[in-house]
Design a protein around this ligand. Structure first.
Ligand code: ADA
Length: 564
């Protein structure tokens, strides 16, 4: 299952879930014919779930046979390969992609019916070639960790749909952009129809040249009957787009998306959802589980959402990378708002000088927005968590990337989380000011006083008149370590820290959001500098542990999130 709903009624589409053969490789160029495919791994999955590969960091090759029914173009989509994937069809390279957290695809024209071999080289090593996957306070797992989709294309196909809602309750509208591609060696005339919220829409006709793609837009449409999407009533609508090629009366391709009617905006120091003030309460969450690595099953994703909702949360931040689409689908369905961010954590200016940094960030920004554009739950795009936003050289990157995001999506506010306190210099570039501060854990400051100081620093640094979110705060609590002394690391002390922080932020009207670091404990890179101080090679600031067992702080969070 690659999504939580059916995305094609017409196009032939299957997921390649299941058992694949797997071989270790001693480098990126190992001869595929000479490898020993002795392992059997589940896709999607992480190789660290295999008892011999618990800490394997290196190269490996996945392999399986696929069956193709009719001659034509084949489309293969990989939702997430960690962190670099090279895809081969019958020994021929057809796609290459860097970054575990966004999807990529390959369209191969003229594939003959019958059996073919699919092989994927996967690499999760750290080197200069990888500017974003670096040793870090979370774990870069290895493997084909998100679903793989195989599609047979009958001709021109819908590559992407982007729906932007506008208006408000009772006067909902929106505009639709459809991107079509023609994988065939001759041009086609294509007519496009769509269905949304009970309306049949004739989008128009267009000629698509051989091997080209085109985008067609509707302009503003009105849907006065549509219900709003909101956390309390997350009403979703299927948006189906169909293609009719060269005068045919039967559609030959389609794509179904799920959309919601909601607006998100900032107004002075407030954030407005559907025109009403909202305060975000929630968690930072890593995609991490002891039994599944970063490849959580839908049941595990749903459990996380249930736990967050049980505590009274209304938001999750996808720290620090774009998340699995199935998790976002579930957030849409359950009404959990999402702050989604690009992939970067704690990169200093030296790291940002990596020659691959710019293109790798630009690529993940573009893929994140294009691939996740239609999720009504996503209400903030963010970039570069705790990177060098405290110096002019770093500012150039923040400016460039925020501008890129604005160009890709002007309908959602932008932010970035900063830990630079009074040294921050980029808040003027964002729509929302976000601060990561750890009073009670890394410092002994009073959370309320520090929050007031942070508001002042933000105001002085170009953030005046903008909403402010406390985007990270918390402290370690080792699951099961209980002690009346309430010393650091006990569950009691963690609960105290969380309580003091939540009390301070929920009583300050200028705070538009509070996101606890973090939802669940997570595995971190082993043996790298200061990270060695992470007991058990994990970040233990979760309100639940890696197995989702609640710590004492759970009840504290529930009290504040549910009552405030
Ligand atoms: C930072 C960072 C998180 C995590 C946290 C911590 O704020 O953004 O990824 O490392 O600190 O636990 O120290």
């Amino acid at each position: 299952m690659s999504r939580m709903f059916t995305t094609h009624e017409i196009r032939k589409s299957t997921t390649l879930d299941g058992v694949w053969e797997f071989a270790l490789a001693d480098g990126p160029d190992a001869d595929l014919r000479e490898l020993d495919f002795k392992y059997r791994l589940i896709v999607p999955g992480c190789w660290e779930t295999h008892p011999e590969l618990l800490k394997y960091q290196g190269h490996g090759v996945y392999r399986r046979k696929i069956k193709v029914g009719s001659a034509g173009a084949l489309r293969l989509e990989f939702k997430g390969v960690s962190h670099t994937g090279k895809v081969y069809l019958d020994g021929r390279l057809i796609a290459e992609h860097y970054n575990a957290y966004t999807a990529f695809s390959a369209v191969v024209p003229g594939v003959q019916p019958g059996e073919h071999e699919l092989a994927v080289r996967v690499d999760n090593t750290f080197s200069e070639a990888s500017a974003l996957h670096v040793p870090n306070d979370y774990y870069t797992y290895g493997g084909i960790m998100r679903p793989v989709v195989l599609e047979e294309l009958a001709g021109p196909y819908v590559e992407r749909i982007a729906f932007t809602p506008s208006g408000g309750p009772g006067v909902w509208g929106g505009d639709l952009r459809v991107k079509l591609a023609n994988p065939e060696p001759r041009p086609h005339d294509v007519r496009i129809e769509a269905t949304l919220a009970g309306r049949e829409l004739a989008i128009g006709s267009v000629r698509v040249e051989a091997g080209q793609s085109v985008e067609i837009g509707t302009g503003e449409l009105s849907f006065p009957e549509a219900d709003s999407w909101s956390p309390g009533a997350p009403r979703l609508y299927e948006l189906s787009v169909r293609l009719f090629v060269d005068g045919e009366t039967e559609a030959s391709d389609d794509l179904v998306e799920r959309v919601g009617f909601r607006t998100i905006a900032t107004q002075g120091e407030r954030i407005l959802l559907n025109g009403e003030t909202i305060v975000f309460k929630g968690f930072n969450r890593h995609e991490d589980h002891p039994m599944a690595g970063a490849s959580l099953t839908p049941a595990l994703m749903m459990q996380d959402i249930d736990l967050m909702l049980d505590m009274g949360a209304n938001m999750v931040r996808t720290s620090h990378y774009p998340n699995d689409e199935r998790f976002l689908d579930l957030c849409d369905e359950r009404g959990l708002l999402v702050w989604e961010e690009n992939h970067a954590r704690g990169l200093g200016i030296e790291d940002m000088r990596n020659p691959n940094f710019i293109w790798q960030c630009e690529q993940v920004n573009r893929e994140m927005v294009e691939q996740h554009y239609n999720h009504p739950s996503i209400v903030i795009w963010a970039i570069l968590n705790e990177c060098a936003s405290n110096c002019e050289e770093g500012r150039v990157h923040y400016e460039r990337q925020l501008k890129q995001l604005r160009g890709l999506d002007a309908s959602r506010p932008l932010s970035f989380a900063s830990h630079h306190r009074q040294d921050e210099i980029c808040f003027d570039l964002a729509d929302i000011v976000s601060c990561n501060l750890y009073p009670g854990w890394y410092t002994d400051e009073d959370p309320g006083e520090l929050c007031d100081l942070a508001r002042g620093w933000a105001d002085a640094a170009g953030g005046a008149g903008k909403p402010m979110i406390m985007s990270e705060f918390g402290g370690d609590g080792y699951y099961g370590l209980r002690d009346p002394s309430r010393v650091r690391g006990t569950e009691e002390r963690q609960a105290d820290i969380i309580e003091a922080n939540l009390q301070a932020y929920s009583s300050r009207p200028y705070v538009s959001g509070m996101l606890i670091w973090q939802f669940c404990d997570c595995r971190v890179t082993e043996d790298t500098g200061w990270l060695i101080s992470r007991a058990g090679t994990r970040n233990s600031k979760g309100i639940v542990d890696r197995y989702r067992r609640p710590k004492l702080a759970y009840a504290v969070v529930k009290k504040y999130f549910r009552e405030s």
